[in-house]
Ligand binder design. Structure first.
Ligand code: UD1
Ligand code: CA
Length: 471
């Protein structure tokens, strides 16, 4: 058999378990950190570290797990079924049996360990490869090791085996060096070793950790030290929240280091798939979710929550704006307290102000919706001014209809535009008008009853009310 090149290695990621300790209907590995499922974090790390193949073992809620992985990674991951969850050793057996072409070095990771640093994985693969060891693993120390497998060493200091928490003797329980669950093994050793596993333990399962003793019996096991802050496994909601906090803080620091002006490292929430250009400014308590792009010179101020939003150069998103699936054009200004619903496309230098809501609308360059308006299903040209309290009546109870406002039109305050309707270029709609028909270019539309002033009426009324009050 030709010796595989050091660069070629496969990853097996275990994601078949239910995760009952999460007490959630969602399978554990689909819980998210920074908008990305736990298992996807692990797969991404393996791919970034250079895995040539990535096999994910699925079982519990497999359809959901497979959907997440194939949506995100397409053909870069291969799924393997573990029909019954009989332990981590059994899961690896399923992967190796499903695919007897796996050769060279195999990296095994757990799908519930989301913060593994890429260089640590590369180191693990390289060092076990160079030593020609059957097995290399990472260990770490913890003040409270409860729940983790403990690393047992010989007098000489070599790793001899791993004992699971539930199978520990009194003495073993006090060992603070634990198994975070990262292994690099020779494929042929692994194939042989998993065939020898027995469910002879407290949980009656096939433990992957038992292969460590088999490797140690044949030769030296390579071990690397890792930092538990990067390697916690997620077993319950507390673990998840703690790992999410760690990731959140690191992202904030990375952004600040890259040249983003971060107002508060402690309260910036940016999902993993967002891109923030150096030179952008992010205020305190800002949440950027999904796939946001914030360009240089843009400013997202305090308390904004943006999901899948593009903020172009020099745009300003003022405090407490909520926006979803929208684009804020170059030099545009939104907020404070604006709500952009999906497909709001705001042109350069346009403005959407306080308590205005937009949906499925394009707002042309320099156009303004500054106060208290609802603008839905709109096609708005350049230089249009929409006055306070304007409502696009886009829904007739059955269907949605479009309102078109052409360049330079002026819509007075407190108007209703009953769609479908078009306001042509440069037209004027007087305040308080209900527009039901198209308005021609350059015309004025007005629909109000004529004002009447009754001279002296208010004074007479007040005098009468006054007299009544006297005893
Ligand atoms: C495992 C290790 C333990 C280590 C800890 C690190 C074993 C026996 N124990 O324990 O030494 O300290 O991780 O976090 O390996 N899975 C399957 N199929 C199964 C069982 C599990 O695919 O039949 C998957 C799970 O989805 C999970 C991963 O394997 O992603 C780990 O399983 P889990 O039950 O969380 O193992 P731990 O008890 O944490
Ligand atoms: Ca675990």
């Amino acid at each position: 058999m030709p010796t595989p090149s050091p660069a070629t290695w496969s990853a097996i990621i275990l994601a078949a378990g239910e995760g009952t300790r999460m007490k959630s209907s969602r399978p554990k590995v689909l819980h998210e950190i920074a908008g990305r499922a736990l298992v996807s974090w692990v797969v991404q790390t393996a791919l970034d570290a250079g895995a040539s193949r990535c096999l994910v073992v699925v079982g519990h809620a497999r359809d959901d797990v497979e959907r997440e992985l194939s949506t995100r990674f397409g053909k870069r991951v291969e799924m393997v079924l573990q029909p019954e969850q009989r332990g981590t050793g059994d899961a690896v057996r399923c992967a190796m049996e499903a695919d007897d072409t796996v050769e060279g070095r195999v990296l095994v990771l757990y799908g519930d360990c989301p913060l593994i640093p890429v260089p640590l994985l590369q180191d693990l693969v390289d060092r076990s490869q160079q030593a020609g060891a059957d097995l290399g693993l990472v260990t770490a120390t913890m003040t409270d090791p409860t729940g983790y497998g403990r690393i047992v060493r010989s007098r000489a200091g070599d790793v001899t085996r791993i004992v699971e928490d539930r199978d520990c003797s009194e003495d073993e329980r006090s060992i603070q060096e634990v198994n975070p669950g990262l292994y690099a093994m020779r494929a042929d050793f692994l194939r042989e070793a998993i065939a020898q596993l027995t469910p002879d333990n407290a949980q009656g399962q096939l433990y992957l950790t038992d292969v460590v003793e088999l490797a140690a019996n044949r030769g030296k096991v390579v071990d690397l030290e890792g930092d538990m802050a990067d390697l916690t496994g997620i077993n319950d909601q507390r673990d998840l929240a703690a790992a999410a906090s760690t990731r959140r803080r690191r992202t904030a620091e990375e952004l600040a280091r890259s040249g983003v002006a971060v107002a508060d490292l402690d309260t910036l929430y940016v999902d993993a798939d967002c891109e923030i250009e150096p030179g952008a400014t992010l205020g305190a308590n800002v949440h950027l979710r999904g796939h946001c792009l914030v360009r240089a010179g843009a400013h997202v101020d305090v308390g904004c929550v943006l999901t899948d939003v593009v903020v172009e150069r020099d745009a300003k998103v003022l405090p407490y704006t909520v926006a979803v699936d929208s684009t804020i054009g170059e030099g545009a200004q939104v907020g404070p307290f604006s709500h952009l619903r999906p497909h709001s496309n705001l042109g350069p230098r346009s403005k959407v102000g306080n308590f205005s809501e937009t949906k499925k609308t394009t707002l042309g360059p320099g156009s303004k919706v500054n106060h208290l308006s609802y603008v839905g299903d709109g096609v708005i040209g350049e230089g249009v001014n929409i006055g306070a309290g304007t409502i696009f009546c886009n829904y007739d109870g059955e269907q949605k209809h479009t309102t078109v406002i052409e360049d330079g039109a002026f819509i007075g305050s407190d108007t209703q535009l009953i769609a479908p309707v078009t306001i042509r270029k440069g037209a004027y709609v007087a305040s308080g008008t209900t527009v039901t028909r198209d308005v021609p270019e350059g015309a004025l539309a007005v629909s109000r009853s004529k004002q009447e002033n009754k001279e002296g009426y208010a004074s007479r009324l007040r005098a009468r009310l006054h007299r009544r009050k006297k005893p």
